[in-house]
Design a protein around this ligand. Structure first.
Ligand code: SF4
Ligand code: SF4
Length: 433
């Protein structure tokens, strides 16, 4: 497996990070005019799942426009409540006035962490570890069975809660015995070559280290449609880093990805992600937060996997002609899929697949929001937010869950005990012989 960083590159207590200057002295990134677009309708506040369960959280209107108005006074520090925003981005969708709420939150969080947070505190070290899951997963997956057994042990989980602030109730996801990249390399890379149907796969951390079956399904489905798939070297999408205000970490990872995908985009490849938070990050957060050569091109050429097939292939006819053994699913659309307008695609597609019953379990947030539900002090609120989804899943016909987001999948399994599948796995079952 070829990855850019080595384990010695990372120190969770390191204080040498320069703050990413996304706000001052850069007119393109000046978010204060965006704050003036807010007319205080409160639609964002009523859409916020955290504000609904956490009475101390002042909500997105405060975190966005109000905080940025206060920033006009030079001496105004970012309020620490920004660390309770889970970065679900639902408020972006709710705002009728195009206020760049999540961009404001990400920027404020980066500034708060860089300038206000104690770098030796348990919260900072825990958040830095959560944000850099890729780094630790890379080490853990060298001895996957042993790592999974240690991390799954109840005593270790209790120690982790006390020392690191990780909730003992959460089951750590098992490492795959063969990572996706190892499988790809052992397989000898692409099985299909094409001059005009070419995609570069951004697998992200979870498909690589924990659920390689999702990455394998993505490769097999795209190859069945005649696509040449390549798997370039890549960093983390940055999603957990944005959510924890670790903007320098996110910029480092974005740099690795932009460098390795840019040449391929010039050669005619589009970029495909199987995780909706990864596609969201490459499409929206990268160009909103970072300025680097090739980042706009990467954004313009990135698609979620099924979104890409719906645009470029007659996926619906292929599904109507296929059939699978009888099975029923309770489908949850991740918040980041909603932000990309992808929340209905799995249900609309699979309801026409012979043998399948699929039910949308509603538009609530799963509550885990990446790393939010992995924090001891947020665990209870995370489960309260998820209650509506758990309840709807239990009332659905199927007792298997389906979603595109790895952490929503953890929460669905944790709250119901159901097995969870990715839509690409069902697509593979239906279309790949
Ligand atoms: S991103 Fe989500 S948690 Fe954060 S303020 Fe917006 S709606 Fe609330
Ligand atoms: S939804 Fe938009 S316009 Fe309404 S209060 Fe929130 S930021 Fe302001």
């Amino acid at each position: 497996m070829s990855d850019a960083e080595s384990p010695s590159d990372f120190d969770p207590t390191a204080q040498s990070f320069e703050p990413v200057q996304v706000f001052p002295n850069n007119e393109d990134m000046d978010l204060r005019p965006g704050a003036d677009n807010c007319y205080k309708c409160t639609a964002c506040d009523t859409s916020c799942p955290v504000a609904e369960v956490d009475e101390d959280f002042p909500g997105p209107k405060f975190q966005g426009p109000e905080q940025w108005r206060l920033k006009r006074k030079e001496d105004q520090a970012v309020d620490d409540s920004i660390m309770s925003c889970s970065n679900c981005m639902r408020c972006d969708n709710a705002c009728p006035s195009s206020v760049p709420l999540s961009q404001m939150h990400n920027t404020a969080r980066g500034e708060y962490v860089s300038e206000e947070m104690n770098k030796l505190s348990q919260e900072y070290i825990r958040n830095r570890i959560l944000a850099n899951y890729r780094f630790f997963a890379k080490i853990g997956s060298k001895v996957p069975r042993l790592s999974s057994a240690i991390m799954g042990n109840r005593l270790v989980r209790e120690i982790n809660e006390r020392i690191l602030g990780l909730p003992a109730e959460r089951e750590f996801p098992a490492f795959a015995t063969e990572t996706f990249r190892e499988w790809w390399s052992n397989r000898g890379g692409p099985k299909v070559r094409s001059e005009d149907k070419r995609v570069a796969y951004f697998h992200g951390c979870y498909s690589n280290f924990n659920t390689p079956e999702v990455g394998k399904a993505m490769v097999r489905v795209f190859e069945s449609f005649g696509y040449e798939v390549v798997v370039p070297k890549q960093g983390c999408s940055g999603t957990p880093m944005f959510a924890n205000g670790m903007l320098d970490d996110a910029k480092r990872e974005a740099g690795i990805t932009v460098e390795n995908f840019s040449g391929l985009i010039d050669e005619g490849y589009d970029v495909i992600a199987s995780c909706t938070s990864c596609s969201m990050s490459l499409k929206q957060e990268y160009p909103e937060l970072f300025s680097m050569d090739g980042i706009e091109d990467l954004s313009a050429h990135t698609y979620e996997a099924m979104e890409y097939l719906r645009i470029h292939e007659d996926l619906h006819s292929a599904i109507e002609d296929a059939s699978v053994d009888e099975q029923a699913y309770a489908y949850h659309a991740p918040c980041h899929a909603r932000n990309q307008g992808l929340d209905r695609q799995a249900v609309e597609l699979f309801r026409d697949l012979d043998g399948v019953i699929i039910e949308d379990v509603g538009d609530s947030c799963s509550g885990i929001s990446g790393t939010y539900g992995w924090k001891k002090e947020k665990y209870e609120n995370s489960m309260k937010i998820g209650e509506e989804m758990f309840d709807h899943m239990e009332h659905a016909t199927g007792d298997v869950g389906m979603t595109e987001c790895p952490t929503c999948s953890m929460q669905m399994e944790h709250g119901t005990g159901y097995d969870i599948k990715h839509p690409l796995q069902l697509l593979e079952e239906a279309l790949v012989q």
